[in-house]
Design a protein around this ligand. Structure first.
Ligand SMILES: Nc1ncnc2c1ncn2[C@@H]1O[C@H](COP(=O)(O)OP(=O)(O)OP(=O)(O)O)[C@@H](O)[C@H]1O
Ligand SMILES: [Mg+2]
Length: 251
């Protein structure tokens, strides 16, 4: 898997035409290969920031540097809350799509797609259509599609928010494992404090009031995470700590 990209954000301001300015000078640096969770209240600008990192939006001012800033080195994947699969394509057909667009041979497309499906535990479902899958399986297909091109920067915007809790906990674990097997950099947007605590190396909490970073924490949990991690006193301490910080923001 490709070596992760670093991300440098300097004094980024975003003002929409409506006059609303969710981000008012955000700066941080993320080392290559890290797993960052971005949390904060609704409307604080998490999705806006993620879209700017993906070059889907321009900042009003400030700078974003992804890797060395060379477009050729960028292998970016973006996962949305909704799986966004093409209903007329099979699971395999959905996962081969990014490679098809890049003009890879059919053999290469299928080889890589099957590898990605294996990694998300869906290899036996390649001929299924999205309508015949559960929500969790559809999200796994979406993850496989994002992994098929071996991204060096994976951006996820509340990908598991619509799933039931057990499926979500399982996907959290799988994503953490997938990341550990790789060298990619991950930025994960979530509303969930416990999800941020479980998944990340580092947590940035954005404030809607100030339009800036309120807290920036290194996750103290051991790097290897399993279901048991959630029962550790350190996990309870971290989520409580985050909860209080979150509450501070809203006060
Ligand atoms: N294209 C747009 N035009 C105008 N305003 C926008 C646009 N996109 C977002 N906004 C506004 O910018 C603010 C931040 O939006 P954003 O979607 O980044 O928030 P968020 O932190 O992702 O929220 P949520 O947790 O609800 O997804 C919101 O007030 C939103 O209404
Ligand atoms: Mg959002």
């Amino acid at each position: 898997m490709a070596t992760g990209l670093s991300v440098q954000i300097s004094e980024v301001v975003k003002r929409y035409d409506s006059g609303l300015s969710p981000l008012k000078g955000v700066s941080f640096q993320l080392e290559a290969g890290k797993f960052l969770a971005l949390i904060g209240p609704s409307g604080c600008g998490k999705s806006t920031l993620l879209k700017m990192i993906a070059h889907l939006r321009e900042p009003t001012s400030g700078k974003l540097l992804i890797g060395r800033g060379e477009p050729e080195e960028r292998r970016l994947a973006y996962v949305f809350q909704d799986a966004q699969l093409l209903p007329w394509r099979t699971v395999l057909g959905n996962v081969t799509l990014p490679l098809e667009i890049l003009g890879a041979s059919k053999v290469e497309q299928e080889l890589k797609a099957r590898k990605a499906l294996e990694r998300v535990g869906l290899i036996d479902f390649e001929q299924y259509y999205p309508a015949h899958l559960s929500g969790g399986m559809r999200m796994r297909v979406s993850l496989a599609r994002s992994l098929v091109n071996e991204p060096n920067l994976l951006l996820l915007d509340e990908p598991f928010a619509a799933l039931d809790e057990v499926t979500r906990l399982k996907l959290d674990r799988d994503l953490r494992d997938l990341w550990q097997e790789s060298q990619m950099t991950v930025i994960f947007v979530t509303h969930s404090i416990s999800e941020a605590a479980f998944l990340s190396d580092r947590i940035i909490l954005l404030s809607k009031k100030t339009g800036n970073i309120q807290y920036d924490l290194i996750n103290p949990l051991p790097s290897h995470r399993t279901q048991e991690t959630r029962a550790l006193p350190a996990f309870a301490q971290l989520t409580q700590d985050l909860f209080l910080k979150f509450q501070d923001l809203e006060a």
